[in-house]
Design a protein around this ligand. Structure first.
Ligand SMILES: Cc1cc2nc3c(=O)[nH]c(=O)nc-3n(C[C@H](O)[C@H](O)[C@H](O)COP(=O)(O)OP(=O)(O)OC[C@H]3O[C@@H](n4cnc5c(N)ncnc54)[C@H](O)[C@@H]3O)c2cc1C
Length: 584
């Protein structure tokens, strides 16, 4: 038996396990608020189901005005800038760079969390095995966060968790089964294909399934040339244990994936003669496994009736997209959609454990019923929950308290920090400092000062400044950092004429050879800042939340030579003094 070379030790304030979008944004937000953070991720890359290993497209709340902002938006804009052809390997690098450049963040890739030490009811350390270096890593911390999707820390620490579907009566959820069971949504291996100008034969694999006709694909889109579908419906495992049976599910999915490709190429005319198999995901994406239990369990009624919570810190708005546990074998469309109130609130109490007091969580393993998870699981929602949980952890660390005390005593501070960092909490407005007044018409000034910072229903709620023009700001009191909420184009219509590129950050459909996006047209690219005696340039801005440090004595600021990425007008949602914003 090989023994580990050595065990490496770390002492941090927050240890996040799992580097999907939830874990990545949790770690980065806590680090930007000054916490010493370690992120442990078992794969060689970040992003989880959004990474090039799995390739699921990032979706979130319905409604253009409800688009997720904060760190996810910052990442998406950086991706549009660096990755105009929406290439997966560049997307991986954008996520990696976000973590790498964060000075308070230690990143441990290829490291699987498999152990945990407790003192009383609290976790004191976790241990991970780094596959490529044959090394154990032990991380001591004050707070821990489980963003593994699988709630690995719940299993290891004894934190309460649930698996499967609740019975209808427990939360009065009409779409739940009559009686509780252990069924979940399944896992999937995706397929990508490429159109060529020559025939591409495919030899069936002996171990793959044979699908001689369309029977099992009834109502499952596989008209690749027309739909460009990514085969999300190759789904299995919902009637098994998505954790303990994971390897068996994985191998079954590969037999199906290659069998589906054989079907498309060799069994019936699917117009696929000139198509080549580009990629099959050997690593399945998981939709559901364990859900941690917090002081509150979000449920179908909360989503459908749009319940409000005093501790709202995040939001969702994807339909309850509840897949049949039978997945592929379900003879029909394998998901039932139920529309929630959009956007709906997600409370902080769903993001920490009710019996392990220093354990938080975010992502698809939050405290929610199976029905609520069927909506909260989408990745943009996981991303905003991650940012909320990470910022909540930073608030707890600052006050030397536990997450539950943040709910009880520091909620207003947490909510304002999230709004300050550009996040959206439905029903909550960022409080203005009143220190910056734009010399502009009254109606426009009201927009810049209303704290909403996004379109409001049908209202654009945006001040449009002519390209090449200027904006004068009078400062009432010291403004160390000026905060501009710029227009990232919530509809994304200006980044491409193709609606698929507006929806998806990545080239997730097959056959998008011409994919090309450009930066949102009205996003400020550059300007000259004149603040007292100081004159300097903002160049090549990619952020919707632009923070400009000012000299201490400045009482007036002129932003001139305003230039948008599209070369025309610049859009502005808000202008104010930054209170406490995440540092650069
Ligand atoms: C086929 C499919 C289709 C989907 N469709 C959509 C869609 O259209 N749009 C959408 O937005 N969402 C979709 N989803 C849902 C979404 O992908 C997941 O709910 C989401 O990825 C959850 O994000 P997360 O960060 O919580 O977890 P994940 O993305 O699963 O990330 C968790 C990470 O933690 C790591 N990890 C696990 N265990 C450990 C451990 N012990 N130690 C260290 N690291 C660990 C994992 O490797 C993973 O990288 C789909 C999911 C699947 C599978």
């Amino acid at each position: 038996m090989l023994t580990a070379k050595e065990t490496l030790h770390y002492d941090v304030q927050l240890c996040v396990v799992g580097g999907g979008l939830a874990g990545l944004f949790a770690a980065v937000s806590a680090a930007r608020h000054g916490a010493r953070v370690l992120l442990m991720q078992d794969r060689p890359m970040l992003g989880g189901n959004a990474s090039s290993e799995i390739r699921m497209w990032v979706r979130g709340s319905h409604g253009k005005e409800n688009r997720e902002t904060g760190l996810l938006q910052e990442t998406e804009l950086e991706n549009i800038y660096r990755n105009p052809t929406m290439n997966y390997s560049i997307w991986d690098s954008v996520l990696y760079q976000l973590a790498r450049e964060e000075k308070n963040l230690t990143l441990l890739l290829n490291t699987t969390c498999l152990g945990c030490e407790k003192d009383g009811d609290r976790i004191v350390s976790v241990t991970g095995w780094q596959l490529n270096s044959y090394t154990f890593h032990t991380v001591r911390a004050e707070l821990f966060m489980d963003c593994s999707g699988d709630s690995i820390l719940a299993e290891l620490s004894g934190a309460r968790y649930r698996v499967g579907r609740e019975g209808r009566a427990e939360f009065d959820e009409y779409a739940a089964p009559e009686t509780a069971d252990a069924c979940t949504m399944g896992s999937s291996c995706l397929i990508e294909a490429r159109r060529t100008d020559h025939p591409c034969p495919f030899t069936p694999l002996e171990w793959a399934y044979v699908f001689p006709d369309d029977e099992i694909m009834y109502l499952k889109k596989h008209d690749v040339p027309e739909s460009g579908i990514n085969f999300w419906w190759i789904e299995l495992g919902g009637e098994m244990d998505t954790l303990r049976d994971a390897q068996q599910i994985n191998e079954e999915l590969l037999r199906v994936a290659y069998g589906v490709w054989d079907h498309l190429k060799n069994r019936g005319d699917h117009g696929m003669e000139n198509w080549e198999l580009e990629w099959v995901g050997f690593l399945p994406g998981k939709r559901e496994s364990r859900r941690c239990v917090g002081p509150y369990i979000l449920n179908q009624r909360d989503l459908e009736e749009g319940h409000t919570f005093p501790d709202a810190v995040a939001f969702g708005g994807w339909t309850m997209d509840n897949h049949s546990p039978q997945g592929l074998r379900y003879m029909g469309y394998s998901s039932r959609h139920i529309t929630p109130a959009t956007p709906y609130q997600i409370p902080f109490r769903c993001l920490y454990s009710d019996n392990v007091p220093n354990l938080l969580f975010a992502g698809r393993n939050i405290s929610a019923t199976h029905m609520a998870l069927s909506s909260t699981r989408v990745m943009a929602t996981c991303a905003v929950m991650g940012q909320a949980a990470g910022t909540g952890a930073a608030v707890a660390l600052r006050h030397g308290c536990l997450p539950a005390e943040v709910t009880a005593r520091h909620m207003a501070e947490l909510q304002q920090l999230l709004l300050e960092d550009g996040c959206f909490i439905p029903g909550h407005l960022r409080q203005q400092t009143g220190r910056v007044m734009a010399e502009i018409g009254e109606a426009d000034r009201a927009i810049l000062e209303n704290g909403w910072e996004r379109p409001h229903g049908a209202e654009a709620n945006c001040v449009v400044l002519p390209g090449g023009g200027s904006l004068t700001l009078t400062l009432h009191g010291p403004v160390p950092v000026l905060r501009l909420a710029l227009d990232p184009d919530f509809s994304r219509e200006s980044i491409s004429a193709d609606s698929r590129y507006q929806k998806f950050a990545m080239r997730t459909h097959v056959d998008w050879p011409e994919a090309r996006v450009s930066m949102p047209a009205r996003l400020l690219k550059s300007c000259t800042v004149t603040a007292g005696d100081a004159v300097f340039r903002v160049e090549n801005n990619r952020r919707a939340l632009l923070l400009i440090p000012l000299p201490a004595e400045a009482r007036q600021v002129v932003l001139s030579d305003l230039t948008a990425w599209g070369g025309g007008d610049v859009g502005l949602f808000g202008v104010d003094a930054a209170r406490e914003a995440m540092h650069e």
